[in-house]
Every structure is written in C-alpha cells, then in structure tokens.
Design a protein around this ligand. Structure first.
Ligand SMILES: CC(C)(COP(=O)(O)OP(=O)(O)OC[C@H]1O[C@@H](n2cnc3c(N)ncnc32)[C@H](O)[C@@H]1OP(=O)(O)O)[C@@H](O)C(=O)NCCC(=O)NCCS
Length: 251
C-alpha cells in the first residue's frame, strides 16, 4: 500500500473536480462520512452545477494513478439573507447582494493525512471567497465528535460560534454540531448583547471616574497642605487604572 510518509514523497497538485472523478469522489465520500449523499449531489459536484470544488491529486504516485483524487473540498454560494448565520454578520442588511460560502464536504484520504492537504484546500476556499467583494464569510458545520476536524478548523482560525443541539440525525440517532465561521471582506460578527452591556458599563465607569477626578481638583484648593499630598497619591493610583471611553468600546 502506498504510504507517503514512508519513503514516497508526494507531489500534490490542486485542480477543479471533473466528470471523470465521479466514481472515486463517491467512493471517498462513502468511506469518510457517516452521512450518505444522493447521486445527484455527486453529479452536481463533477459538473459544477451550483457547487464549486477543488481536488488534490498526487502526480508522483508510483502506481501511476496520478490523476486520482486523494482530497477534495466542495462548497456552495449562498445569499446571506437565506443563511442561518445572517444575524452573525455585521453588514448593511438593506443590501441584497451579500453572499456567503458554505463548505459542504472536505476530506483527505487517510494515508495522505497530516501533510497539509486540507490546509491548502481550505486556503483556496478562503482565497476564492475573499476575491468576491460581496462575500462576507465562509461557514460550515462539524459533527460534535469529530475532534480532528474541530482542531483543524480552529487551527485555520475559523471561529466556533455555536453548538447546535441535535443538528444531525444519522441512523436513528441525534448528534450535535458546531458551527464554524471565517469572516472575509470585513464581514465581522456583530457585538453580542453581553459585549454591548460590557462596553456601556466601561463607558460609564470611565465617565464617573473622570467626574470624581474633576470634582476633587476643584476642591483641592481648599485642602490643608498635608491632606493635599495624601490625596495626590491616591489620585495617581486612580489614573493608573485603565480608562475606557467610547473609542475603546470595541467588541
Ligand atoms: C479533517 C481532515 C480533512 C484534515 O485533513 P489533513 O489533510 O490531515 O489536515 P492538515 O494536514 O492540513 O492539517 C492538520 C491539522 O488538522 C488537525 N488534525 C488533523 N488530524 C487530527 C487528529 N487525528 N487529531 C487531532 N487533530 C487533527 C490538527 O490541527 C492538525 O494540525 P497539527 O498537525 O499542527 O496538529 C481529515 O482528517 C479528514 O479528511 N477527515 C475525515 C473527513 C472529515 O472529517 N472532514 C471534515 C468535516 S466536513
């Protein structure tokens, strides 16, 4: 069996998925995922019908199967307004042209894992999404027990934004999923209610501190000399604390 980590140094090349990949694409999906995909899905992938994809092949395989898929990523473009993450985006909601990229499947054949192939495939997705000016994010779901994929997306700096209970129903059993988002072109997440409250509290804390310092300065002229020195040292302590005004109130 081919083992790229034992001797053979693979030369990985990335290309779009084509109709001739149909059979292998289907086989790899069946081997890697607990979810069964319809034939129509694979037809759509290989023919580029509403699905964008990239494949990884090893052009230096000693067995000559130089054009056989060893990794892939498939994705779909979604209008932001129709997606479940619309409320997680900070953008002008009156604009109807905002889009998102949803990763449908990502996989690498087992013997080619941990060689950076999925990293390169997802970097392609990010590069592609960033090149579309009205694209705001790349997002996807991962089943909650898939630790390699969770680690992988965290390493790729995707933000874990939500755990969705019972998102998947597979062979009579419910499974939670994690929702991961990678923001592009300024499509950051909006402030959460907690973050807004923290920012407002910080603003008022700063305001009252400034007010008390001002009142103290007005009164200091009337203080006896010894008292003035004592108060000055306590004022210095106050000034060393962080002052958060509205310009610091970032999320
Ligand atoms: C998840 C998957 C795509 C990663 O592919 P890969 O080509 O091996 O990934 P890369 O080599 O680019 O990245 C490796 C990173 O992924 C994570 N990772 C990969 N395998 C891991 C494992 N077994 N345990 C923990 N983390 C793992 C780590 O963060 C690792 O980085 P590190 O080596 O610095 O620790 C691959 O394991 C796979 O195909 N799994 C089955 C299908 C799947 O679960 N797809 C994702 C959900 S759609």
């Amino acid at each position: 069996m081919l083992d790229p980590r034992a001797g053979h140094r693979p030369t990985i090349v990335y290309r779009p998925i084509r109709p001739s990949d149909l059979e292998v694409l289907e086989q790899i999906h069946a081997a890697l995922f607990p979810v069964r995909y319809e034939r129509e899905f694979f037809f759509n992938v290989v023919n580029g019908h509403g699905i964008i994809s990239w494949a990884a092949v090893d052009i230096s395989r000693p067995d000559g199967r130089n054009d056989e898929l060893i990794g892939f990523v498939t994705m779909r473009i979604m209008p932001a307004k129709e997606s479940e993450i619309e409320h997680l985006l900070r953008y002008n909601a009156s604009r109807n042209d905002q889009i998102l990229v949803y990763i449908l499947t990502l996989g690498v054949v087992e013997r080619y894992r941990n060689l950076g192939i999925a990293t390169s495939l997802v970097q392609e997705v990010i590069k592609y999404s960033s090149s579309i000016p009205n694209c705001r994010a790349v997002y996807l779901h991962v089943i909650a027990y898939n630790q390699p994929a969770i680690n992988f997306y965290k390493k790729m700096l995707f933000k874990l934004v939500r755990r969705l209970p019972k998102f998947y129903y597979i062979q009579g059993q419910h499974y939670d999923s994690y929702l991961f988002v990678y923001y592009v072109n300024g499509g950051q997440s909006p402030c959460s209610p907690l973050e807004i409250m923290a920012a407002v509290a910080a603003y008022f804390r700063g305001f009252f501190r400034m007010l008390s310092a001002k009142l103290w300065r007005n009164g200091e002229k009337n203080l006896p000399r010894w008292s003035k020195c004592k108060e000055t040292s306590s004022l210095l302590v106050t000034q060393n604390k962080r002052f958060l005004g509205p310009e610091n109130a970032k999320c």
